[in-house]
Design a binder for this molecule. Structure first.
Ligand SMILES: [Zn+2]
Length: 354
């Protein structure tokens, strides 16, 4: 079968290659892939900065934002059922054994399409049923957005638990830094939670402003309005979600949130950049305002299930909004050309099957 692959560690090695059919082990489910989303991690892997092939394999099948249909009846999953697979697979640590591999204690986890396991951008894949999430047909067209939404689902779940540190917390206003797919899906999650949300990105894009207005979210560009001025429009910012991919902005975000608020950091910044920061001011704000700072990566099954409910609710409240986030579709044959990051797109997907 054909698959989008890289030779890990070799920049520019992305290519559609013929790879062996997946071996369907006892109890596993064969999935026919419909489409796969591409993201910054895939671009990093293609640049040779990240990623590891399975033991004994020369190439890694990439793609971890999946959507497909069960190929043939397997237990309670009937043929044709639309499904999304999660990404991380457990090691033997206490959290992993309890299904919480997103909070792995030993670091020996594997990740499909990233770290030691083939990904999903292939004609078919096999997976254990506990890592597959059936989605309703009503969101089948946009279910490829589930995986990038789960980061915000996890972030919201974590701050909901952590904010029980105080008796009353009533968040009203939020800023999302970054207008890419993770940022926009974070805005969707926060709008569904009833918060006033402003999405901020560097360069002003009028079409992005119009898009976000559809879900009742505000928009600002730091080229026009500094981040601090955006925050000053609200009486108090309760939640900031940072998804820009830039560590300097992540630190700037620490100064935006008001008393007892929370900052969720999601950017994986592997470039090793340094910057000069007003460290005293940032530290003082964190201390005097009881600020909670949370790094968030990956997600657990609860987040996938909540994400499915939220995609369905978003589709009901704002029909057609989610599908407009998929701005580029490429056939599998051309998938390698779509790997480098293209800032003019929101979400690029590879159309694999019918
Ligand atoms: Zn673990």
């Amino acid at each position: 079968m054909r698959a989008l692959t890289v030779e890990p560690g070799r920049a520019g090695s992305g290519a559609v290659r013929v790879v062996p059919e997946p071996v369907v082990a006892e109890g596993e489910v064969l999935v026919d892939v419909v489409r796969v989303g591409l993201c910054g991690t895939d671009a990093e892997i293609e640049r040779g900065e990240y990623g590891r092939a399975p033991d004994g394999a020369d190439v890694l099948v990439i793609g971890h934002e999946s959507f497909g249909r069960v190929a043939r009846d397997a237990g309670s999953l009937k043929a044709g059922t639309p499904v999304v697979a999660s990404v991380r697979r457990p090691d033997g640590c206490p959290n992993c054994l309890l299904g919480e591999q997103d909070m792995c204690l030993w670091g020996g986890f594997l990740e499909r399409g990233i770290e030691g396991l083939h990904g999903f951008c292939a004609e078919r894949f096999a997976e254990r049923p506990e890592y597959l999430f059936a989605v309703p047909e009503t969101i089948a067209d946009v279910a490829v957005l589930l995986e990038p939404l789960t980061i915000s689902e996890k972030g919201w779940r974590h701050i909901s638990v952590a904010q029980r540190r105080m008796t009353v917390w009533e968040p009203r206003a939020a800023i999302v830094a970054g207008g890419g797919p993770v940022g926009i899906l974070a805005a969707v999650k926060l709008r569904l939670q009833g918060l006033d949300v402003t999405v901020v990105e560097r360069r002003h894009k009028p079409e992005k402003e119009a898009l976000l207005a559809r879900i009742g979210a505000g928009y600002a560009a730091t080229s026009v309005t500094p981040l601090a001025a955006v925050a000053a429009r609200s009486k108090r910012i309760d939640v900031v979600i940072e998804a820009t991919g830039t560590s300097a902005i992540a630190f700037e975000c620490l100064r935006l949130v008001g008393a007892n608020g929370a900052v969720i950091l999601t950017s994986v910044t592997g470039a090793g950049r340094s910057s000069l920061l007003p460290a005293d001011l940032i530290n003082q704000n964190l201390v005097l305002d009881n600020i909670l700072v949370l790094g968030v990566v990956n997600a657990k099954s609860d987040d996938f299930r909540q994400g499915i409910a939220d995609l369905a609710e978003a589709e009901r409240r704002w029909p057609g909004f989610l599908s407009t986030l998929i701005t580029r579709r490429v056939p599998l044959a051309d998938a390698a050309s779509a790997l480098p990051h293209d800032p003019s797109q929101i979400k690029t997907v590879v159309e694999v099957g019918p």
